[in-house]
Design a protein around this ligand. Structure first.
Ligand code: SF4
Length: 325
């Protein structure tokens, strides 16, 4: 069977609801370079069939920046590394409401509150709950959270406050994890995802590629994501940050990035697959190709420590390639 025939056979399995096997995913991941475009086109057809033309656009608010107690080697917010990033504590609900209102006006469908800490202290968690309540009362945008490790009580409280989705990334493959973080484990991450799921929150999970992992470790991450069956997958592409242990890491070629987005689409046909940090810095086209290779979501107007394209510019890009923002 030719590579193109194999891609079509796998696509048929997805359309018929059987889904692809681990072996299929591995073979798709290793599609020869000359058939990579065919893989991307097939992934795009799956995206359109299951999700239509809509691109999910999200904005983030880094509500607690810097000096995190964890040692994730890619992260500019870890207190272990001298990255010169400015630091601030939780803002007032009014400040966040103002930014969430702007995000809504700019067309964002969801607004994610992100905090750079291992886990929220009871006092900080209470403050975040006030912020969520104010956004719900005054803005009316779908609120998502990324607050680190959660207790079951905290997860239930977030659900009670109508938080739609909880983000907690696996970061990388299990076999790579101990090289990129020593202050917590992969299992700790899985545990919080389970807690969020048990509380009835939708899941957003993913990772960061380009950490020096192998292609087979990117496959390993993709298969674990498929097993968790999240409503949303978020894939960041490493932008090496001066001062972190990965500051000199070589960039992944765009073709490797296309592979992971395409194969995740085969594994999770209905999920939102979002291009996250690194989109503007690493990709040649700010995501146009990936939005036609399996991805159907972006983060706009900047990230946690990196700037990004303005919302208007991203909206124009989405419309230019024939999709709806
Ligand atoms: S990735 Fe998250 S947990 Fe790790 S150092 Fe950065 S903010 Fe902390």
């Amino acid at each position: 069977m030719s590579s193109l025939e194999f891609i079509k056979e796998c696509q048929e399995k997805v359309f018929s609801g059987i889904g692809i096997s681990t072996e299929d995913a591995e073979k798709l991941f290793n599609t020869p370079e000359e058939n990579l475009k065919d893989l991307a086109i097939a992934a795009n057809e799956i995206t359109r069939d299951f999700n239509g033309e809509k691109v999910d656009v999200e904005q983030l608010n880094n509500i607690k920046k810097n000096a995190c107690s964890e040692d994730c080697t890619f992260c500019g917010q870890s207190a272990f590394f001298d990255t010169g990033i400015d630091t601030y504590q939780l803002p007032s609900p009014e400040e966040v409401v103002e930014k969430a209102t702007k995000a809504k006006e700019e067309g964002a469908e969801s607004y994610c509150l992100v905090a750079a800490w291992r886990e929220p202290s009871p006092k900080d968690f209470e403050k975040v709950c006030k912020i969520i309540t104010e956004i719900n009362n005054k803005v009316g945008i779908s609120v998502e959270c990324s607050l680190g490790f959660l207790t079951p009580e905290q997860a239930r409280k977030l659900k009670e406050l109508k938080v739609k989705r909880y983000n907690h990334n696996l970061e990388t493959a299990k076999s790579k994890f101990s090289e990129i973080c020593t202050t917590h484990t992969y299992e700790d991450r899985l545990k919080t995802l389970g807690i969020a799921r048990d509380a009835g929150l939708e899941l957003c999970t993913g990772g960061i590629i380009g950490l020096g992992e192998t292609r087979s470790q990117r496959l390993e991450l993709s298969l674990e994501l498929a097993r968790l069956f999240p409503e949303e997958v978020t894939i960041n592409i490493l932008v090496p940050i001066p001062g972190t242990p990965l500051e000199l890491q070589t960039e992944l070629p765009n073709s490797e990035i296309v592979r992971i987005f395409s194969v995740i689409r085969f594994l999770l046909p209905e999920s939102v697959i979002k291009i996250s940090g690194g989109r503007e810095n690493i990709l040649d086209d700010a995501g146009e190709e990936l939005l036609q290779s399996g991805a159907n979501g972006i983060i706009t107007a900047g990230y946690l420590t990196l700037g990004g394209n303005e919302a208007k510019k991203d909206k124009e890009m989405i419309e230019k390639i024939g999709f709806k923002a």
